[in-house]
Design a protein around this ligand. Structure first.
Ligand SMILES: [Zn+2]
Length: 336
C-alpha cells in the first residue's frame, strides 16, 4: 500500500544499496525541507559520508533520540528498518498518510536523528557493490574472511565497529567470534575507537547527547537493553521501556547482560557507560546459527510487521521521562 504513495521511497522488498539510501535521504530532505536537516558527521575509512538526517525545527532541540542502522555490514535489514521508520514518520505529517498519529506533537518535545548507515564501506562490501571503492579491493581481499563477502560484518579495514567503542572494556573484550587480526568479523582493533567511523559517531553523540539511542542489528528478535555495570543508573526507566517494546513486538526477554567481556564495546554500551544515557541494541528478525541474512523480500514479514512500533514507543517514553533522564545524564557527567 505504501509503495503507491508518491512520497514513499524506501526499497523494502529488494536490495537497498548505500547509494539508494543516500539518494533517498536527499529526496526526503527535499520533500520535507522545513522539517528535516541533512548533514554528514564524518566519512568512512574509504571516504564515504556518514549521513545523518535530523527531524526538527531549524534550531536543534536539547532533547533528542538517535536511530542507527548498519553498524554491522551484512545486517542490511537494519538500514532498511531505520529508513522505513524515517519515511513513514515524515509521511505521518499529512492527514492522508498517518501511520504514527502523534508524529507532529512529539516534535514539540524532541528532535529525531537518523544515521541509517553507520558503516558504509562494510555495507558496500557485503553487497559486493564495488563502484567508487574499486581501488580498495586489493586491500579488502587481503583481510581474513569467514565465508563470502555477503557475510562481511566489519568495516572496510576489518574492524568490528560494535566491538570498538571506547567504553573502558577494550582490554578484556572478547566476543564469541574473537579474531586477533583484522577480519570480516570479530576483530576489535588494536586500541579503543580505532576506526574512523567509531570516532565520528562518538564525537557526534557527545555533541548531541541523545536521551536514547537505538542501534539496529539482525538476528534474534530480541533487545539488549541493559548491562550489569550501568543498569542501576536508570531507576527502572530502561526496564519499563524494554517491557513495553517487548509487548508490542512479541520479542523475547533478555536478562541484564552480566559480563562486560562479552557485551562490551558496542555503541549502546558506550552510551550507557560513558554518557549515562539510554542505549538499546535491537536485533531484528528471528535467530538462527547462520551468518547468512534472510532474503530482502522477507523484510516486511520478518521484521517490519513485528518491530514497527518499537521506535515510537521509545519516543513516547523518553518524552514522558525526559526530565529524569536529563538528571541522570547530568549527575553521571558530574561524577565521571
Ligand atoms: Zn550486529
Amino acid at each position: 500500500m505504501w509503495a503507491q504513495h508518491s512520497c514513499y521511497l524506501v526499497e523494502d522488498d529488494d536490495q537497498y544499496t548505500y547509494e539508494m539510501i543516500q539518494a533517498d535521504l536527499d529526496s526526503l530532505h527535499k520533500l520535507f525541507p522545513e522539517r528535516t536537516h541533512l548533514f554528514s558527521i564524518g566519512t568512512s575509512e574509504f571516504g564515504l559520508p556518514l549521513s545523518v538526517l535530523r527531524i526538527g525545527n531549524s534550531t536543534p532541540k536539547k532533547r533528542s533520540l538517535l536511530f542507527v542502522g548498519n553498524i554491522h555490514a551484512r545486517e542490511d535489514y537494519s538500514s532498511k528498518f531505520v529508513m522505513k521508520f524515517l519515511n513513514l514518520y515524515l509521511l505521518s505529517f499529512s492527514k492522508d498518510s498517518i501511520v504514527y498519529k502523534n508524529a507532529t506533537d512529539y516534535l514539540n518535545e524532541v528532535d529525531l536523528y537518523f544515521l541509517p548507515v553507520a558503516n558504509p564501506d562494510g555495507l558496500k562490501i557485503a553487497h559486493e557493490n564495488w563502484k567508487g571503492i574499486e581501488h580498495f579491493l586489493p586491500q579488502i581481499k587481503e583481510i581474513k574472511r569467514l565465508e563470502t563477502f555477503y557475510e562481511w560484518k566489519a568495516n572496510g579495514k576489518g574492524i568490528d565497529l560494535n566491538d570498538s567503542f571506547d567504553d573502558s572494556t577494550h582490554a578484556l573484550n572478547r566476543s564469541y567470534n574473537y579474531s586477533s587480526v583484522p577480519c570480516s568479523e570479530g576483530y576489535k582493533g588494536a586500541f579503543p575507537a580505532e576506526p574512523i567511523e567509531t570516532k565520528a559517531i562518538q564525537t557526534f553523540v557527545n555533541n548531541i547527547n541523545p536521551l536514547m539511542t537505538l542501534s539496529f542489528h539482525t538476528k534474534g528478535d530480541i533487545i539488549y537493553w541493559a548491562d550489569s555495570k550501568t543498569h542501576h543508573y536508570f531507576n527502572g526507566i530502561d526496564s519499563l521501556i524494554n517491557s513495553l517494546a517487548l509487548q508490542s513486538s512479541g520479542f523475547s526477554f533478555v536478562p541484564v547482560s552480566p559480563n562486560p567481556a562479552t557485551y562490551g564495546g558496542g555503541l549502546e554500551n558506550y552510551m550507557r557507560f560513558k554518557l549515562g544515557l539510554l542505549g538499546s541494541c535491537v536485533e531484528l528478525s528471528f535467530g538462527d546459527s547462520y551468518r547468512k541474512q534472510f532474503a530482502d523480500n522477507q523484510f516486511n514479514s520478518l521484521v517490519w510487521k513485528k518491530a514497527w512500533q518499537i521506535p515510537i514507543i521509545c519516543i513516547e517514553q523518553v518524552i514522558k521521562h525526559a526530565e529524569e533522564l536529563e538528571g541522570i545524564h547530568q549527575r553521571h557527567k558530574r561524577e565521571n
